[in-house]
Design a protein around this ligand. Structure first.
Ligand code: APR
Ligand code: ZN
Ligand code: ZN
Length: 366
């Protein structure tokens, strides 16, 4: 057991606080990771606001990279000294999704350990089973994916959540390939990553849609060929017009990624698809939101597929090392997602800045 400094959310809505926590030695199937960097994600804020679960106190932070310090007795996949990116869906191999081969859909995603405590013995709930706003954290060994040790920790740690969600929404869920037309509605961290994924796959045109001009600039830097300010123009009309310039008769894009998580933007995405096109919902709706009132004949008549993308349908062991290599080769600009590097004591302030137009990610570095 060792004691380290960490950021916790003690009670619903209260500002986060720095405190000392106990990190036990790794047991069977576990690893202790010395955290090098951890991004500040919306989900951390949702945890703090009590919007996800009620089992406070939470140990926040889940977009992280670090060095494996020690592993439990039966661990073979990673070893002390390995540079790893953490994920929040270690594959269990036992559930019905795993057994039918859909590993990226494993239903036991919270198979992470929950043995860290406050110094008075109070059990901590690690956010998404990680809890990496801490100098060290205890995770399931399957949550660690070894990647190129030369990569910048703050940049590659972001693959652990939002950036992977966006990249994967385009590449994995939308199966975007060379020459496909893609539109992305909503260009925050997730949407911009979807743009980057489409660019990586060789899609064209790549149409970025947002109501914020700064987000559209970021999308352009990540590979968008066209931008649409949907506070000024009808995005459905614009996407159709741009796609028809390239592909005669096109009624929209082959793949439309919805990265806002709202009924009205989902409706836009639905109608901005070409016939037989794919809609990928990656923005996270709130429980009260309903599917927009769309005539069933339009669902039937337009064909194609209506999908959702959870964690970018990623398989960390397959996707993280490849994406880190692409980053190292200069083909995927993960640095562009790191708006600022901050200290562990600055998480609360980073929450305040989260909704400012020019922040994609604040990343705690150790
Ligand atoms: N049309 C187009 N874009 C919009 C609209 C709209 N009507 N409303 C909001 N947006 C844009 C915002 O301007 C912002 O750029 O959507 C983007 C959302 O980005 P972020 O708030 O940074 O969220 P992000 O981290 O990208 O996540 C996207 O998935 O994880 C969830 O809670 C998260 O729902 C959010 C979504
Ligand atoms: Zn499983
Ligand atoms: Zn996240």
């Amino acid at each position: 057991m060792q004691q380290v400094t960490a950021v916790i959310a003690r009670s619903k809505g209260a500002p986060v606080e720095l405190t000392t926590i106990n990190v036990p030695d790794p047991g069977p199937g576990e690893a202790v990771v010395k955290v090098l960097a951890c991004g500040v994600c919306h989900t951390d804020l949702h945890y703090r606001e009590g919007g996800i679960k009620d089992d406070f106190p939470f140990l926040l932070g889940h977009e992280a990279s670090g060095i494996v310090e020690s592993v439990g007795p039966d661990v073979t996949g990673v070893a002390p000294g390995d540079f790893v990116v953490l994920n929040w869906r270690a594959v269990c191999g036992e559930c019905r999704a795993c057994k039918r081969g859909d590993l990226h859909y494993c239903f036991n995603t919270h198979n992470a350990t929950q043995r860290m405590t406050l110094t008075d013995g109070t059990e901590l709930s690690p956010a998404l089973g990680i809890g990496a706003f801490a100098e060290k954290t205890l995770v399931a060994a399957g949550q660690c994916t070894k990647v190129d040790p030369g990569a910048r920790p703050a940049a590659v740690g972001l693959l652990g959540c939002g950036v992977m969600a966006g990249l994967g929404a385009a590449i994995n869920t939308g199966a975007v390939t060379r020459g496909r037309s893609v539109a992305v509605i909503g260009c925050g961290g997730v949407g911009v990553a979807a743009v980057a994924g489409a660019a990586l796959a060789g899609a064209s045109p790549i149409i970025a849609v947002d109501i914020d001009a700064q987000k559209l600039e970021a999308a352009k830097r990540m590979g968008a060929t066209h931008t649409v300010d949907s506070s000024a123009a009808d995005p459905v009309e614009e996407i159709r017009r741009i796609c028809a310039e390239r592909f005669e008769g096109a009624e929209g894009a082959d793949v439309v990624v919805e990265a806002v998580g709202r009924p009205e933007t989902w409706r836009q995405a639905f109608y901005a698809r070409d016939l037989a096109g794919v809609l990928v919902l990656v923005g996270v709706p709130t429980p009260d939101m309903k599917v927009p009132d769309i005539p069933l004949i339009d669902v039937f008549g337009r064909g194609g597929a209506l999908k959702s993308s959870w964690y970018g349908d990623c398989l960390p062991s397959r996707d993280f090392p490849v994406l880190v290599d692409l980053y190292r080769q200069g083909r995927l600009d993960l640095d562009a997602f790191v708006t600022e590097e901050i200290g562990l004591g600055d998480v609360e302030a980073a929450f305040d800045r989260m909704h400012h137009g020019n922040v994609l990610r604040s990343v705690v570095v150790f």
